[in-house]
Design a protein around this ligand. Structure first.
Ligand code: OGA
Ligand code: MN
Length: 222
């Protein structure tokens, strides 16, 4: 298939095994705004986070919600208190993804998607989230797709392996919708990425105009 070979050429050309795009221009424009850091977490750090999260998540039921909800097959929590070991990891995320003057929401959003769970395209509400979103992925690989809200021909795909960190900021956060593909559609280009249960740990900067330290409580898919 011609489209297939075009995609392969692009991937080779741009050298990243984790980010694909509709063309070189969008890849280059979003190079610093849609970032994937594979292997950000060590196996021990992944284990630290999942061991801490599992009992809290297990108390909740997976939600399927209304037909128009952004997230399907999920349970979640907003977590403010972490063990020392996890705090050290979250501080690494903060240093990697946020500027020194950027205030974060006081709670971290933890989202558990069951194997059939997925997130429909949405842009995080500017009421609850500032310019930067940084997410750790645990357990299962998944594909995040970004599509320009004004020009759907412009898109990126991010391959999120367990232990990876992704960062969306600026234009990637405001001008593109993001989604996590459901198992049937979970492909990174030609490569099938089978979905299992996935936990994400998402840090967000405070929306503009929020007083530092004021708790922000974004709803699901804020
Ligand atoms: C969200 C969202 C992405 C993820 O909750 O708004 O887009 O990595 N989550 O789980
Ligand atoms: Mn989102």
């Amino acid at each position: 298939m011609a489209a297939g070979s075009g995609r392969l050429a692009l991937r080779t050309l741009h050298g990243s095994g984790w980010v694909r795009g509709s063309g070189p221009a969008v890849l280059s424009r979003l190079r610093d705004e849609a970032v994937v850091r594979p292997g950000f977490l060590s196996a021990a750090e992944e284990e630290t986070l999942s061991r801490e999260l599992e009992p809290e998540l297990r108390r909740r039921r997976y939600e399927y919600d209304h037909w128009d909800a952004a997230i399907h097959g999920f349970r979640e929590t907003e977590k403010a208190r972490w063990t020392e070991a996890s705090r050290t990891i979250l501080q690494r995320v903060q240093a990697a993804a946020f500027g020194p003057g950027q205030a974060l929401l006081s709670s971290v959003h933890v989202l558990d998607l069951e194997p059939r769970g997925y997130i429909k395209p949405h842009v995080d509400s500017v009421k609850f989230c500032g310019t930067t979103i940084a997410g750790l992925s645990l357990l299962s690989p998944s594909v995040m797709r970004l599509v320009h809200t004004q020009d759907p021909g412009e898109w990126l795909e991010l391959l999120l392996e367990p232990g990876s960190l992704y960062i969306l900021r600026g234009s990637a956060r405001y001008d593109f919708s993001h989604e996590i593909l459901r198992d049937e559609e979970s492909y990174f280009g030609e490569r099938r990425v089978p979905r299992g249960r996935r936990i994400s740990v998402i840090c967000r900067s405070q929306p503009k105009g929020t007083a530092a330290g004021e708790p922000g409580q974004p709803p699901p898919a804020c």
